[in-house]
Design a protein around this ligand. Structure first.
Ligand SMILES: Nc1ncnc2c1ncn2[C@@H]1O[C@H](COP(=O)(O)OP(=O)(O)OP(=O)(O)O)[C@@H](O)[C@H]1O
Length: 287
């Protein structure tokens, strides 16, 4: 099929990343870290992932009127993501994520949502039809509920971070994507709408359910792990691109797992998101 059009409603952050030997316990100060900054936020990461993996993406979100905004949007701009739906908030700063990464690639994240917290239904209302819509929960729920009204064949929600949402959202979604923490939080409510549910299990892989029945399972690809930040976001963007293209469910899960596996082999979130050709080369290598 031709390039799918995907609208992503979500967060835009600047990730401030400190890499250290180990992550601090409460009250502990870890020294000797190295610092880097990367554009991030689940919405932005998924937008870049979907764009690099073959879709024409429009991002709807908010940033602050500050120097962080430019850094937060730089790779999206360079990647060709349509940013017409990104507005500058009058009062709140650009969202920031403080990320710690240890020597094994495990991470700890604190998010100050800033302008993301001001995204409202009016920012989303009026968005035209497209092939697929993908949201997460780092922006207010009313904006996500409005996104559910956009005319599209696939309405997908990554229920991250886990927080209370109207039952209607879970029932309305054609695809819900959760990790183990989120799956435990939402429980059986995930399957009530009868749509697809993708459960990601980190280094253990991912499972796809339809109406509560397992339809596909993928162990994680064995790759050298450098930094798992953004693996889940890459997985979400990739899965939605694949399904929007009409890929069969098992093939779509394999595509998403390959994209996410490549993402963990590099540091940072957005810089680590692979291109479509890299995922295809990886998959043909594994075939
Ligand atoms: N160590 C790993 N090796 C290979 N693939 C991995 C690894 N960790 C994660 N993945 C891939 O990424 C997918 C998503 O990972 P995970 O379940 O950790 O998502 P998440 O909890 O949303 O992650 P994050 O919030 O850190 O981005 C997994 O289903 C798997 O396909």
């Amino acid at each position: 099929m031709s390039r799918p059009g995907i609208k992503i409603v979500g967060s835009i952050n600047l990730d401030l990343v400190a890499s250290a030997d180990h992550l601090p316990t409460p009250g502990e100060t870890v020294t000797g870290a190295t610092f880097a900054q990367h554009a991030g936020g689940k919405g932005a990461n998924m937008a870049l992932a979907a764009q690099r993996l073959g879709a024409a993406v429009e991002l709807i979100g908010r940033v602050g009127k500050d120097a962080f905004a430019e850094g937060a949007l730089a790779l999206l701009k360079a990647g060709g993501v349509n940013l017409d739906g990104v507005t500058e908030d009058e009062s709140a700063p650009t969202g920031v994520a403080l990320i710690g990464v240890d020597a094994k690639g495990e991470n700890q994240i604190i998010v100050a949502s800033g302008a993301n917290g001001h995204l409202d239904a009016a920012d989303v209302a009026g968005a035209g039809p497209c092939d697929a819509v993908l949201c997460q929960l780092e922006v207010p729920v009313p904006a996500v509920m409005e996104a559910a009204k956009i005319e599209a064949r696939l309405f997908a929600v990554n229920l991250a971070p886990a927080l209370p949402v109207p039952a209607e959202l879970l029932e309305r979604a054609d695809l819900l994507i959760v990790n183990e923490v989120e799956a435990a939080y939402y429980g059986e409510a995930l399957h009530r709408g009868g749509g697809l549910v993708a459960l990601t299990l980190g280094g253990e892989g991912a499972v796809l359910y339809r109406a509560g029945e397992e339809v596909a399972r993928m162990p994680a690809y064995a790759v050298p792990v450098i930094d798992t930040t953004g693996a889940g976001d890459t997985f979400c963007g990739a899965l939605v691109v694949a399904l929007a293209e009409g890929m069969e469910e098992g093939a779509a899960l394999r595509f998403a797992s390959a994209a996410a596996a490549l993402a963990v082999t590099k540091p940072g979130a957005q810089p680590a998101i692979p291109m479509r050709k890299d995922v295809e080369a990886f998959l043909s290598d594994k075939a």
